[in-house]
Design a protein around this ligand. Structure first.
Ligand SMILES: Cc1ncc(COP(=O)(O)O)c(C=O)c1O
Length: 372
């Protein structure tokens, strides 16, 4: 059997045509017209006024945190079960990340735990939608209003998802996405910062572009980055965006097929297909080994790989990260749900190129490993 990778992007729309346009016109840098077009079309698809295309999703979060002037003396509430990108600029800025454990079923940050962690220093909540299902936004937004907190929303894993019929990526004072090839749409590398606030949008634009001054180009009043997106990347993005609705349908189809086929394996916890506020769009298809399975997630993943099935571990919680431990950030802190997710969870192939046959092969192998 051929190896089934954990993800493969689908590039069968106008990607080539638009890339050829870039080559034919010579517009390959960030000054090219596809960048503005992608910003406009993507932000309006998500119901936002402004989009600032950047070089990747991590850069988008860096810009969001910096734009809101988060720094020394501030605290920012974030989940422990997340990708390290979400904490980097908080730590670099000298602010204090305050962690929240996950909900055992949705794997998102447990919003019920947040209020107890709010102090007079709390400046923002950084909400990260996990693996295709949104965070419980209503309660979180109420907390932001009650305590006058900024909301940064990382919607990298839920592009095209809605929370109670409202687009994910439209909730934050600043929201961010990534267009890495495993995302619902891709630009190879890329990301976007989204907001409805003109002043914030202009500041994000400058932070993306070395904080060049509008009137005195080489005079800089703040520290920025070169986080620009190229016209080539944006051309791919425009073509991908044209297919987003189809991609979401396909992801849901993949998720449903796995759910049907794997539901017999009672020793696996499967992802929730639905909550009362959203239907999963399966950024990845994650499973958790219940206690009756004596193998660890690492051991099962090794067996999957040995059988030609690509897979990945779940996120390693932030409070366990060696680089953050060295900074004594989370001494003696425990987040049991996040720890269990890492120890017992992993995800199997769920890229847009999967077909029914490949899904059956993955399921067959998983059955053999788990049933033993
Ligand atoms: C939730 C989340 N935020 C941010 C990122 C970082 O995006 P990038 O890899 O484009 O920097 C990722 C990447 O997988 C992600 O899943």
């Amino acid at each position: 059997m051929n190896f089934i990778p954990v993800n493969e992007p689908l590039l069968e729309g106008n990607e080539k045509k638009y890339l050829n346009e870039c080559i034919d016109t010579g517009w390959i840098s960030s000054d090219g017209p596809f960048v503005k077009r992608f910003e406009k079309e993507f932000s309006s698809k998500l119901g936002r006024k402004y989009g600032v295309a950047v070089s990747n999703g991590t850069a988008a979060i860096d810009i969001a945190v910096q734009c809101l002037e988060i720094g020394v003396g501030d605290e920012v509430i974030i989940p422990s079960f997340t990708i390290i990108s979400t904490i980097l600029q908080i730590v670099r800025s000298g602010a204090k990340p305050v962690l929240i454990d996950s909900d055992p079923l949705t794997w998102n940050m447990n919003v019920d735990h947040i209020e107890a962690k709010i102090t007079s220093n709390t400046k923002a909540i950084l909400a990260v939608h996990i693996y295709g299902l949104p965070v419980e936004m209503e309660d979180l937004i109420n907390l932001c209003r009650k305590y006058n907190l900024k909301l940064i929303e990382d919607a990298a894993e839920v592009i095209g998802q809605t929370y109670r019929s409202i687009s994910c990526g439209s909730f934050g004072d600043i929201s961010t996405v990534s267009f890495y090839p495993n995302k619902h749409i891709t630009t190879g590398e890329g990301g976007m910062v989204l907001t409805d606030d003109k002043t914030l949008a202009e500041k994000c634009r400058k932070l993306r572009n070395l904080y060049f001054d509008d009137n005195n180009r080489f005079v800089h009043t703040k520290l920025g980055w070169n986080y620009r997106m190229s016209n080539l990347q944006a051309a791919v993005g425009v073509a991908q965006l044209e297919q987003l609705d189809f991609f979401i349908k396909k992801k849901r189809y993949i998720g449903k097929l796995y759910n049907e086929k794997l539901s017999e394996l009672k020793s696996l916890q499967l992802p929730l297909d639905k909550t009362d506020y959203a239907t999963n769009i399966y950024w990845v298809y994650g499973v958790i080994l219940k206690p009756e399975i004596k193998l660890s997630a690492k051991e099962v993943m090794k067996k999957l790989l040995d059988n030609g099935i690509g897979c990945r571990p779940f996120f390693y919680p932030m409070h366990l990260q060696p680089v953050l431990k060295k900074l004594n950030l989370f001494d003696n802190q425990h987040y049991p749900v996040a720890e269990n997710l890492y120890e017992r969870g992993f995800y199997i192939p769920s890229g847009l190129s999967l077909d029914k046959k490949k899904i059956s092969s993955v399921v067959d192998v998983l059955f053999k490993i788990v049933k033993k």
